[in-house]
Design a binder for this molecule. Sequence first.
Ligand code: PHB
Length: 389
Amino acid sequence: MDTQVVIIGGGPSGLLLSQLLNRAGIATVILERSTREHVLSRIRAGILEWGSVELLREAGVGARMDAEGFAHDGTWITDADRMVHIDFKALTGKRVMVYGQTEVTQDLYAAQDAMGATILHGVEDVRILDLDGPQAAVEFTLNGEKRRLTCAYVAGCDGFHGVSRRTIPEEKRREFERVYPFGWLGILSRTPPVNDELIYANSPHGFALASMRNANLVRYYVQVPLRDTVEDWSDERFWTEFRRRIPSSAAAKLITGPSIEKSIAPLRSFVSEPLRWGRLFLVGDAAHIVPPTGAKGLNLAASDVFYLHQALTEALKQNSDKGIDAYSDRALRRIWKAMRFSWQMTTMLHRFDGEDSFAAQMRRATLAHLAESETARRDLAENYVGLPY
Ligand code: PHB
């Protein structure tokens, strides 16, 4: 065999899996379609569950996160001017870490480079073969040349549009999907955060989220109709809309500035089962997508990686298939709970076009219940900081 595990996709899940396997003495090759610069230019999530924090430390990539990340003990959920504080620390004993996915990815590249790991960029025409034989193979084109690698296992970490999921025959897959009728317009701006903790704001004008990357870099979002494009949203229009969706006490403190990045992402819930097909295992967005409202996307990929690195280590080091046989069911149990939480947060906080008058009252009542019930707040906090692996 050319290597033990071929990993399709050099984003955070593929890199983290490779890093953990390499540290366990397992050889990997990562195949990535785009350049490293492109992977690092994608602005993604910013919140790490504590389980993800610990996994990154275990992988030997926690140093910069611990030095530069910001631990948050709580968050705010608001309905117009009504503000409900969710105190993670008091309710669950846990906290989350504000540290951007881009930074996590950069740290993983640096660690993999230091270990001399093989990461091939510009890989095209990937085909995953022989998944039910004694060894798998992956064929691809690199710099115009056809190449072939044989391996024991293939990890599909290549995202929603990747080839891995589609390698599983369509009639063997079960797909579950909910598409939401809106997107999130997000901006990055070099301004100080409007609040020291995140604000998830429900308002009569729709949802807004005030997040951050550091003391002088914010990530703010507003819910927008799916037909909107970035060109429809000047900075001025964004700030006006954002200001009127967050509580007035926060709006009074808002500091605005030019955006340095602006993008629109549609919201979707999606799961494809099973996560295993012979020698192929799906990880992260290749198998499931959550709407960003619960900050679960990267964290779910991390728990998949946790289960799979254990399973592959058992298979390759201890000659036991128990872990790989259990991987799909084990990962899916946690995935479905995060699906539920992300869907509930999305439903609780967004305005749906054409909704009836009842819907806004349900959101209001949910917020009122959160404000008055510690049990309800603890339920939200427990899910937000991350369910146990
Ligand atoms: C972000 O900072 O980009 C972010 C934070 C929390 C979310 C979604 C996105 O729920």
